[in-house]
Design a binder for this molecule. Sequence first.
Ligand code: COA
Length: 183
Amino acid sequence: MKKASIAIVEPCAALLPGYADALRRGWSPNTMRDVSADELAAVEADGRAFLDDLTANRGTIKHADGSETPRLPSRLFWISDGEFSGSIGLRFQPGSEELPHFVPGHIGYTIVPWKQRRGYATAALGLILPVARAEGLSRVTVSCDADNEASEKVIVANGGVLVEEVLRDAETGRAKLIFRIAT
Ligand SMILES: CC(C)(COP(=O)(O)OP(=O)(O)OC[C@H]1O[C@@H](n2cnc3c(N)ncnc32)[C@H](O)[C@@H]1OP(=O)(O)O)[C@@H](O)C(=O)NCCC(=O)NCCS
């Protein structure tokens, strides 16, 4: 596949209309929970405050069982080909390469359906690895559902080495693959 010409940028007002449009089309930045309606309401209420909240690194994460834990430090980027195309985030525990049991990986990504299969996720993962390195991580853990062929290819194309196969993930109930990538 030809190398995609994309950038990863911090969430910004210039791309916010494209982000809102993606939410309107039913795309959810959270792949575990459909948050499109909630986020759209927040963007429409106050776009600036929404952007501030998105990058503020505060608050809690809600789990499938309803429990909440403090949000880990994270770096969130939007993927841009000139238009909003998807998002990719890094979360980590400062000073450690390990993750709490409820965090499936250091990096998560999603591409809006109408821009998939153009190499965007592969390029975006390549671009976030130096960010992880700059945060002190020499390697990252990235996981995907065992049947997510596209995500597996994205990880392997970026040097991912399979370290574990989980038959039934406690959070999702699905089989998953866990990879390590040297940054
Ligand atoms: C997984 C996802 C991020 C891939 O994004 P993408 O930009 O389409 O991926 P790329 O274009 O970089 O493609 C990577 C490889 O997967 C293949 N691929 C992409 N979509 C595919 C699909 N639906 N089925 C099978 N293979 C697929 C591509 O052909 C490419 O293969 P190649 O390297 O052999 O050429 C995207 O499908 C998505 O957002 N899915 C929903 C959210 C998600 O699953 N996120 C990952 C959570 S771990």
